[in-house]
Structures are given as C-alpha cells and as structure tokens.
Design a protein around this ligand. Structure first.
Ligand SMILES: O=C(O)CCC(=O)C(=O)O
Length: 255
C-alpha cells in the first residue's frame, strides 16, 4: 500500500489519480447503494436536474441529509489523511453527491471538476484546488459504466479535448467499496452502462477553504446532524472559517 505522500505525489505529478482498494467493505457499500437508489427520485443538488434524460444519469445530492452513515463516510480516515495532505487540514467539503447510471446510460461527457470548470484558466496543477473522490458502491467493470480517465491529463492544465480524450482514455475498474481519488484537473468521464443494473458512485469534492463550495447549501444540515457533528465535520462544513483565518494570520505575521 503506498504511503499518503506517494498518493499525493501521484495525484499531483503522476497519473493524476490513485485507487484506494476496498476503502470500505462491500457490505457497507451495498447498504449505502440501496439508500442512494431509494432517494434518487427526489430533486437534490439545488440547481441541477435530478435526472438527465439525454444520458440516463441521475444525481443524488444533499447526502448529509441521508443518515448517519453518510456523515461517517465523508470523514473516512484515509480520505481525510490524503485530503489534508493535499489541501491542508482546514479543507472544506464542496459537494457530496452520488451518480447513478441507469441501465443503458450514456457517457456524461469528458470534463474536469469544480472549481476548474467554473474558472477561465489557465490552470495550474499546484496548488491543487480540490480533491475528487469517486467511490464505487458496487464493482466497477468494463461493461457497467466504470469511470474513464486520461492518466496524467491534470498536468496539461486545460479542459479536455473530446477527440484526444476518446483516443487516450482508460477505464478504471475496481471492487465494490474501492475509491478513486483524483486531482480536479484530471480529464474523466463515465462510460456506458451496458449492464442491466444501475451503477452507483458516491462523489465527494473536498476543496481549499478559500473556495466557495459547489453546493451553496452544503452546510445547511438537519439539526440532529449539527448536534452530533464531530469537530472534523464542523471544519468540513466551513464552520471554523473565522478561526482558521485567525490561525493563518498568526502564522503569517509571527515574528
Ligand atoms: O461516477 C463517475 O464515474 C464519475 C462521475 C463524475 O465525474 C461526475 O459526476 O462529475
């Protein structure tokens, strides 16, 4: 198993992504998958359609409203370690959603992730502005819509070119519970789901605290979630922003 430093180096200077095999056991992934499928009919990420009829893909947002399991998953210790090594221990949660590819679903389209797609560029690989997690809630296979990536494309610092993507993309397969952690500039897409079951991924975007979250209401959570929130979850929700700025100022002006 590579060290955290090696994973961060791979994300930044290497292939742009790393696979964390069996980050959670497959029974836990299966339980999360069931919940995500059940709530997939509700309109979720505000401003984004819950279902795209052109692609057969569904988005499930507001995962901090979906039960305690999702509060734990977003604070997974290995993800925290990698995220904090890349983005700092004051990183925040930018979005937390799931992507469901219905049987027959088409590619969503090659892209880079927020905040890069909302920026004009040019883009620099350093400092990384976000860490993307694509968590496999079931086995990802060649036939069921596994994620496509172009290794090393984060270093190009530009949005994907569709023809180049088609030539260079490789499919990332893995077992249920595994996760892909990647640089937000990595060119990626979903592949076609040629199977007869929905393919479910959970998507987490951790970002630099100085970048506005992709989901504006990410910190608006039910009272009971706030009452049981760990210090880490509060930090992820950006509730320690003022304190974190005070620490930054103290560091900058010390001596
Ligand atoms: O679920 C996947 O394989 C990737 C999804 C993705 O890239 C996205 O929703 O932006």
């Amino acid at each position: 198993m590579p060290t955290t430093a090696q994973i961060v180096a791979e994300i930044t200077d290497g292939n742009g992504y790393a696979i964390l095999p069996n980050l959670i056991p497959s029974y836990e992934a299966a339980a999360a998958r069931e919940i995500l499928l059940k709530c997939s009919e509700a309109p979720l990420v505000k401003g984004l359609p819950a279902r795209n009829p052109a692609t057969g893909q569904r988005t499930v947002g507001s995962l901090l409203h979906r039960g305690v399991m999702f509060e734990c998953l977003v604070q997974n210790p290995a993800l925290m370690e990698i995220g904090e090594a890349l983005l700092g221990d004051d990183m925040t949660l930018s979005s937390y959603a799931a992507r469901i590819l219905e049987p027959g679903a088409r590619e969503m389209g090659a892209h880079i992730d927020y905040p890069y797609w909302a920026m004009r560029g040019p883009f620099a690989v350093r400092p990384a502005l976000m860490l993307q997690v694509i968590w496999m809630m079931q086995d990802f296979t060649e036939g069921n819509g596994a994620t496509l990536v172009v290794p090393g494309s984060q270093r190009r610092g530009v949005p994907p070119d569709a023809a180049v993507f088609a030539k260079e993309a490789v499919v990332v397969t893995g077992s249920s519970g595994s996760a892909i952690v990647s640089h937000g500039l990595l060119w990626h897409d979903t592949s076609r789901n040629r199977s007869d079951t929905p393919r479910v991924s959970m998507l987490i975007n951790y970002g630099l605290k100085v970048i506005r979250p992709m989901e504006p209401g990410i910190a608006v959570v039910p009272d009971e979630v706030m009452e049981r929130a760990t210090p880490r979850l509060r930090r992820l929700l950006g509730l320690d922003f003022a304190e974190s700025l005070r620490r930054d100022l103290a560091r900058r002006y010390k001596g």
